[in-house]
Design a protein around this ligand. Sequence first.
Ligand code: NI
Length: 190
Amino acid sequence: MAILKIARMGHPVLAGQAAPVTDPTAPEIKRLVSDMIETMKDADGAGLAAPQVHTPLRVVVFQAPGERADGNPSGEESFDHTVPLTVLINPVVEVLDETLEGGWEGCLSVPGLRGWVDRPRHIRYAGLDVMGNRIARSARGFHARVVQHECDHLDGVLYPSRMEDMSKLLFESEVHHWLEQRGTERGAAE
Ligand code: NI
């Protein structure tokens, strides 16, 4: 395993379309995923996409802390669940509820900054793990946000280009001035 160098905003590898993985079970994909997980943990991020470590392939890793899902006791989600460390290869995201929810985001490729980003609040996603098994889940809240943020990286999109109001692009140390804002207050370093 190795800690990989993280590309920063402006590097062309972050701006292109990442290619699909042809064999998710290939040894080089397992190695990439192990290194991505180690790199994400070392950088204290909630997620990481392969283009961020200079590998333009459709691979993301993420984890999300437990949080209370908003209602829906009969739905697919359980309450107050933690999203375990997840590897998604060739992910597909489908929006289930286009209602937008705002939250602060950060990105390991945009160090030191936070931005307020509106995203659809309920999604479904699917992909493969390193064993080639299919993963399919629905997600809300921070879980939905981190998956959308990471999958955006695969299409060359960084969160600032999702922002409606650039006055809410701030240094991390200034976010506390805004924490009365409704929505996800936790900084999401991805
Ligand atoms: Ni990011």
